[in-house]
Design a protein around this ligand. Structure first.
Ligand SMILES: [Zn+2]
Length: 289
């Protein structure tokens, strides 16, 4: 079981204000990212077929890389693929071709929001690569801990690898009548299985997310709620599939709701109820977007 923390480890492990320093990991190259990239059919993943993949459903992805809740195309989540932001897949795969961390899938239980607590480079792809490098190489987790990352403009990035198909984070595109299975990430220590981690790039200790990021976060949380059959307005009883431990948390939670951390940043965390309320309204269809 991972004991993963988010990119801003100083914020997430303790209550210190010490800033995690990436050193030379984050590339400082410029080049602004424009808009959401067209989804690519090729994930560029060299790894073996994921354990537990539902092969028949793989070909049904509507748009490669897009997650579309049934009947709610307005809540479609289109993620920039790992190949598009330049994930270094070599660190995920051992020389014999097997996964350095075996992929595990479990039914979705909740959604957990983080901030990276790190500077955002002009090159957003490079910023995501920096977090990947921090998690996968420096912390030796073999991959990025988050399932999805959102940049200041609201572009969504595919995080944790979930298999060779184009569907991000799940074993296959969720369908009605079957509880979606999500790959186990590394973002909320001791409670990773079944919890989807979504990270906003930037430091929300003294600032709120920008309009683009916030709007994208609300839409993403609403889309995942519908897709996974979750009620964003209520608390749920999280059950750890490994040891059966139970704890009650909000369906849409903050990292700090689970462990001793400031994440997702004091300023944003104290306003988080408004995000949850917007998600609830959006899921109910009271606002298109
Ligand atoms: Zn966090």
């Amino acid at each position: 079981m991972w004991t993963a923390e988010c990119a801003g480890v100083a914020h997430c492990v303790g209550m210190t204000t010490r800033r995690a320093v990436l050193g030379g990991i984050v590339a400082a190259a410029g080049g602004l990212v424009t808009g959401a990239a067209a989804a690519s059919a090729a994930a560029g993943a060299a790894g073996p077929a994921a354990t537990g993949k539902a092969g028949a459903a793989k070909g049904k992805a509507r748009n490669a890389g897009a997650l579309t809740p049934p009947g709610r195309s307005d809540l479609t989540i289109t993620a920039r693929k790992r190949a598009e932001w330049g994930a270094n897949e070599a660190v995920r795969v051992k020389p014999d071709g097997s996964e350095a961390w075996a992929l595990r899938f479990s039914p979705v239980q909740g959604l957990v929001v983080h901030h990276s607590a790190l500077p955002v480079e002009a090159d957003r792809n490079a910023t995501v690569r920096g977090i990947h490098e921090l998690h996968a190489v420096r912390r030796q987790w073999a991959d990025i801990g988050y399932h999805l990352v959102i940049d200041p403009e609201g572009v969504v990035y595919e995080g944790r690898y979930s298999g060779r198909d184009a569907v991000p984070i799940f074993d296959a595109h969720p369908v009605q009548g079957r509880k979606p299975l999500v790959v186990t990430g590394g973002h909320v220590s001791g409670h990773n299985m079944g919890n989807i981690g979504i990270c906003l790039l930037g430091d929300m200790t003294a600032a709120q997310p920008g309009a683009g990021a916030r709007s994208s976060l609300v839409r993403t949380l609403a889309g995942l709620s519908v897709l996974c059959g979750l009620d964003p307005a209520v608390d749920f009883e999280y059950v750890n599939p490994d040891n059966g431990a139970r704890v009650t948390k909000p369906t849409i939670s903050r990292h700090r709701d689970w462990v001793g951390t400031a994440c997702p940043g004091e300023a944003f965390a104290t306003q988080f109820d408004t995000v949850r309320a917007e998600v609830v309204r959006l899921v109910k269809g009271q606002r298109a977007r």
